[in-house]
Design a protein around this ligand. Structure first.
Ligand code: AMP
Ligand code: MG
Length: 272
């Protein structure tokens, strides 16, 4: 892989991760300012729309995008801005919230496997099976001997998906605690954002160091050749969107997709 965004933000398999060493303000791969960054994203939106059309038409590949982050880091914003202009027919968003009693009565991958993409489809996971080694670990929702086995399950589950034709990209949106403070204050104070303010988010904020540790372990233990993690600097929303868009486009271009051949010799067909 030669795309600089992929090279820079991808976590190689087996590499230990210290999030403190990753700068959430980094914007080093884009020369311009915010306005130019947004313009660049508009061009990338058009390219992504073309590639998604091709993925859908060819009906061969499946693309799974996993978004994980602390509250306010911008999972919703990525979905809105990176996928702008993409045909909704071929894209689905799967939100994973606190599991229902029925979900809890099954293994933790049960609800996840049902939402993975079909051929020709893109599915975006807004939260994912990673919650089962993040919030579940930090809040002690199951004992350590249960969550500690899950890294291995997850690596093998993703291997299964990949071997059956799914391309997987996993993004951790990296903000720092000061940036989260600003964003939570904005949520608290802006009547159009207050609906998103969840007092429970403050509990998670207090557990920031424990979450960082859980993320570090999840990312380093599950970044694989077939399902790489990317640590995306996310204090600047426009740069976060650019990075994710670049990685998705580069990956889709690498699939070498083709429009299917016509179903008949169309040169002989006359439309009366
Ligand atoms: P939000 O995405 O902010 O609307 O909130 C969804 C909430 O569901 C978050 O607080 C997650 O941590 C929580 N959640 C998602 N998956 C799980 C899980 N497997 N176990 C417990 N909580 C979860
Ligand atoms: Mg929340």
């Amino acid at each position: 892989m030669s795309n600089p965004f992929v090279e820079r933000y991808r976590v190689p398999p087996g590499q230990p991760v210290r999030l403190a060493d990753w700068d959430p303000n980094d914007k080093s791969l884009f020369e311009g300012d915010k306005k130019e960054g947004k313009q660049a994203l508009r061009r990338l939106n058009e390219r992504l729309a073309e590639l998604q059309e091709l993925l859908y038409a060819e009906g061969k590949h499946k693309l799974l995008i996993v978004l994980q982050a602390m509250d306010t880091a911008g999972k919703d914003g990525v979905i809105r801005h990176v996928f702008k202009g993409v045909n909704p027919q071929g894209v689905e968003v799967a939100n994973f919230k606190v599991p229902t009693p029925i979900e809890l009565a099954h293994d933790y991958l049960w609800r996840v496997h049902q939402r993975t993409p079909a051929s020709g489809q893109i599915v975006i996971f807004n939260r994912s099976h990673y919650e089962d080694v993040l919030v579940v670990r930090v809040k002690n929702l199951v004992p350590p001997e249960r969550w500690s086995r899950r890294y291995h399950h997850i690596v093998e589950f993703e291997r299964l998906l990949a071997e059956e034709g799914t391309t997987i990209l996993k993004f951790y949106l990296h903000i720092d605690q000061e940036e989260q403070k600003k964003r939570l204050e904005a949520r608290r104070d802006d009547p159009t954002k207050q609906w998103k303010f969840n007092p429970g988010d403050l509990e998670d904020r207090k557990l920031w160091p424990q979450y960082m540790e859980a993320y570090e372990e999840a990312i380093s233990r599950t970044s694989s050749e077939w399902a790489p993690w990317f640590i995306v600097p996310a204090n600047r929303k426009w740069y976060r969107n650019l990075v994710i868009s670049q990685v998705i486009i580069d990956t889709l271009e690498g699939l070498d997709m083709r429009y299917p051949a016509p179903k008949a010799d169309l040169s002989q067909i006359v439309i009366e």
